[in-house]
Design a protein around this ligand. Sequence first.
Ligand SMILES: [Zn+2]
Ligand SMILES: [Zn+2]
Length: 406
Amino acid sequence: MLSNEATRASTPAFTAVVPGLSMLRDVFVNLYYAFPEAQPQGPWVLIDAGLPGSADKIKAHAEEQFGPATPPTAIILTHGHFDHVGALDGLLAAWPNVPVYAHPLELPYLTGRSSYPPPDPTVGGGMMAYMSFAYPKHAYDFGSRVQALPVDGSVPGLPGWRWVHTPGHTFGHVSFFREHDKVLVAGDAFTTVFAESGLSTLTQKQEVHGPPAYFTPDWDAARESVQLLARMEPEVAATGHGIPMHGEALRRQLTELSAHFDQLSRPKVGRYAHQPATADASGVRSVPPPVVKPWVAGLAVAGLALSAVALASAGNGKKKGRRFKSTRRSYKGQPDTTYRAWYRDNPAPQGPSGPDWQYRRPSTFADADHFDSSRQNDSSQFNTDQSFADKRYSDQRSRKIETQYP
Ligand SMILES: [Zn+2]
Ligand SMILES: [Zn+2]
């Protein structure tokens, strides 16, 4: 068990969290290797897929633990942000038969249908937040390699684990919970480091914090998700950012965060502070207008200048061989008011006497008609013609889809 006083210096990048769960810290983000507690050699499941360029590192640590040529039975995703799926392309190429699972509301960002809402560098908190305007928000397209998590809440390849819908940081964000000993893999629903701060990210000082603010477009949903996770009273929390925490210190800080979420975590100002972006099963439907501060505008100009230089050199590279095909779509002209993120119409019951988290699982599919018809479209595009989807994936690897937002 990792200490609650651990730091980056005292914690190896690849380390056991509890029996049945190992962690790899990939610069500033974590991914996890999950397996039966009595079978440390596997079979195993990969939870999230790290930063771009880290596929070899992820595979090397898998071999270290499970032996050579032992791919996971599945890859499961808490969400599709670039720091959680960055190496997926390389892993899927190396493991051609391994399926990927995510929540249905996350599929638009993993099958090339929608970009995420833009990050919000105006939330403050430190360097990681200020720099967020430069973070990738594009959709990846993994075609038929990615599919929806089972409706019954089970986790493919991980008996004894359940998935729980914990939206807010992204629309289809999920957490994973091992019920018998209350081990929680929470993704970015909350973190155990002050993720906006460059210094805290460097030292990895353990503290329970809300989701990384610069990338969170719905704070009401994020609060409800933290309250839900706090009610589950996890014994161990292994999050997407920060060294895992456990026991009384974890529960006390998580309860504190749950009770005072808006004061502790919600930005006072910021693009999504008082108005969420909305989405449905086909992707983002509306985003609130940006909050522009003069210094941010200055930073953005500097960033644009750098981007222009980068683009110019990338343009030269393109002639040699272009890996990604980008398309641009605009949501301009689409009515905002007719769309709401569907989970906001199915809010989690409030209060300690409300139904516990287990009752929430079926309700994540409450909008079943909408969900089914959406998957129908999805199927016609990606799944029914399996050979086409597979061919397209292997021809192009994942594509990047960038939506234009104001
Ligand atoms: Zn994230
Ligand atoms: Zn993250």
